[in-house]
Every structure is written in structure tokens, then in C-alpha cells.
Ligand binder design. Structure first.
Ligand code: NAP
Length: 287
């Protein structure tokens, strides 16, 4: 196909969300399609909650190749799909839908994307890691499940609402040892932790002066990872670096969750570096 030219064979993809105008997914996926010379295009669909069911029927009726799903539809979309992959079932949320001949399957690539980013960007061996996850929301569920599948032997989950931490730990404990904690119990286990992962929204723009973990717990030898990528370097990561710990930011997770979706749709390896380049460029140019 001539570069950038849409025609009657073009396969359409998109992202459903509300709001959606800020999404970097269209530029990332269109750049990836162009890199591989695929006759495909990706756009953003602003879908309100009352139109979600209709939008899902539209995927089938119009023969879209698939979609990403973002806030606030990741949970609500699940009953409208034909199949839910195990990872998405454990995470309790879908962020990617694949349309195979009108049969819609929901996946969650956030957790897989996070783990790919963590491994590729830090080189860590997860089979000997002892992980503390801060937070027990949607992102924490997918991340905890994929870490367990990667062979992490022990996962602590600490959350402001400790009941949610205990509930998530009970689910993950089917896959590896998982223990729920209140935030006030972190001091008891910190000496054995090798990776800290912030999955809370604490520190996200505009609250950039907040951090979910006291700097007193940070030290050389820890990997400190933050799912937040706005700002690129959170207060938690700044303090981690100052203590000699190894910081790992959330942008890679965004790129790799997109890459995993791209691979599910196309069956081809995603061109990670050009995807990363264009997202970085777009973040630098934002007003
Ligand atoms: P969520 O389901 O709403 O969960 C939010 C979590 O943050 C809960 O554990 C909540 O604790 C905790 N929390 C919120 N405010 C808090 C506060 N003031 N003090 C302590 N804990 C607080 O959200 P989510 O979808 O999991 O997303 C969480 C974060 O991950 C967001 O910052 C999001 O941007 C990021 N994320 C990044 C990517 C990526 O591609 N890099 C992908 C997905 C998500 P309670 O249970 O006590 O309320």
C-alpha cells in the first residue's frame, strides 16, 4: 500500500474512552502500522457510558479489527464480549478487544505490558525478587497477576484500604505467595523487599509533590518502579534515585501494553522503538 493512503481494504482499529482527546494511542499505533507497511488505521472514539453497548455492537457490525478500552469502560465492557482471557478475568478489566470474524475476545495487556517493560528496561530476574506493590486498584491486579506468572516467589500488597489489599492478595495467592497489608505495616517487611511498585495514583499530575512511600524506606539495591508516566519522573522516583535505588518509570508500560495489543491484532512483533519515539515526541510537544 502507498504510505498513509487509506482504501477499501483498510482495517480499522481504535480506542474507546470518555474523555479520549488526550490519548496517545492513535499516534503510537498509526506509526507502528506505517512502520510495518500494514493497511490499517487507528482512531479515538469518544464513547459515553450509555453508548458503550452500541459501540461494541458497532465493532462487530463495521468489522473493526479490534479496539483498546480505557477509563471509564474497562470493567463495564466485559459483559458485552464473547470471551474473556484469563489474565483479564483475574484483573477484572479489559483494555484490548480482538475481533475474530465477529467473535469478540477481551484481554488485559496492562499487566503483561508492565512486566515486559520492567524486564527489558531493568534486566531484573523476577524469579528471585520479593515485591511490594503499593495500591490494590485495577492496575495493581493486572500487574500482580503477571508478576506471579513470571515466577515472583513473594508479593506483598499494601493499600490505603487494607481490605482491598487482602482481597487482591487472596486472588493472587492462587498463583504465588501473596500477603495483603495496611500502609502502616510496610515497615515490618521492607528489609526483605527488592522491588517496590507504585500502582496508586499518588504523585500523578497535578499532585506532583506527593509520594506514596516515605523516603526513609528507600535504599541502594532496591528497584523502585512507578506506573505513573505523567510526570515522567515522579517524586517517588526522584527520591529513589537520590538514595541510590534504581528508578523505573511508567512510560514503558504504556508503550508495551500497546505493543502487546498490536501483536494480538496483527500477529506481528510490534516496532517498539518507533512507538516509543513518537510517544516521547508527542509528550514533549504537549501544550
Ligand atoms: P484505581 O483502580 O482507581 O486504583 C487507585 C489506587 O490508588 C487504589 O489502590 C487507591 O487506594 C490508591 N489511592 C488513590 N488515592 C490515594 C491516596 N491519596 N493515598 C493512598 N492511596 C491512594 O486506578 P488504576 O486504574 O489502578 O490506576 C492507578 C495508577 O496507575 C494511575 O496513576 C494510572 O495513571 C496508572 N496506570 C498507568 C498505566 C501505564 O500505562 N503506565 C496503565 C494503567 C494505570 P484505595 O483502594 O484505598 O482507594
Amino acid at each position: 500500500m502507498k504510505k498513509g493512503l487509506l482504501n477499501s481494504q483498510t482495517v480499522l482499529y481504535g480506542v474507546l474512552g470518555d474523555p479520549i482527546g488526550h490519548s496517545r494511542s492513535p499516534i503510537m499505533h498509526n506509526r507502528a502500522f506505517r512502520e510495518l507497511g500494514l493497511n490499517a488505521a487507528y482512531t479515538a472514539f469518544h464513547v459515553s457510558a450509555d453508548r458503550l453497548h452500541g459501540a461494541v455492537e458497532g465493532i462487530r457490525a463495521l468489522g473493526l479489527g479490534g479496539v483498546n478500552v480505557t477509563i471509564p469502560h474497562k470493567v463495564e465492557i466485559m459483559p458485552y464480549l464473547d470471551h474473556i482471557d484469563e489474565g483479564a478475568r483475574v484483573a477484572g478489566a479489559v483494555n484490548t478487544v480482538v475481533n475474530r470474524g465477529g467473535v469478540l475476545t477481551g484481554y488485559n495487556t496492562d499487566g503483561i505490558g508492565y512486566v515486559r517493560s520492567l524486564k527489558e528496561e531493568t534486566g531484573v530476574d523476577l524469579t528471585t525478587a520479593r515485591v511490594l506493590i503499593l495500591g490494590a486498584g485495577g492496575a495493581a491486579r493486572g500487574v500482580a497477576y503477571e508478576l506471579a506468572r513470571e515466577g515472583v516467589p513473594c508479593i506483598y500488597i499494601a493499600n490505603r484500604t487494607s481490605k482491598r489489599a487482602n482481597e487482591l492478595a487472596a486472588i493472587i495467592d492462587k498463583y504465588t505467595e501473596a500477603i495483603g497489608l495496611g500502609m502502616d505495616e510496610i515497615g515490618d517487611i521492607m528489609h526483605e523487599v527488592t522491588i517496590v511498585i507504585n500502582t496508586t495514583s499518588v504523585g500523578m499530575s497535578p499532585n506532583v509533590n506527593e509520594t506514596p512511600l516515605s523516603a526513609d524506606y528507600l535504599h541502594r539495591g532496591l528497584i523502585v518502579s512507578d506506573l505513573i508516566y505523567n510526570p515522567r519522573v515522579t517524586k517517588l522516583l526522584q527520591e529513589a534515585e537520590a538514595c541510590g535505588a534504581r528508578p523505573h518509570g511508567g512510560l514503558g508500560m504504556f508503550i508495551f501494553q500497546g505493543a502487546c495489543a498490536f501483536e494480538l491484532w496483527t500477529g506481528k512483533p510490534a516496532p517498539i522503538e518507533v512507538m516509543r519515539e513518537i510517544v516521547l515526541e508527542s509528550l514533549q510537544n504537549r501544550g
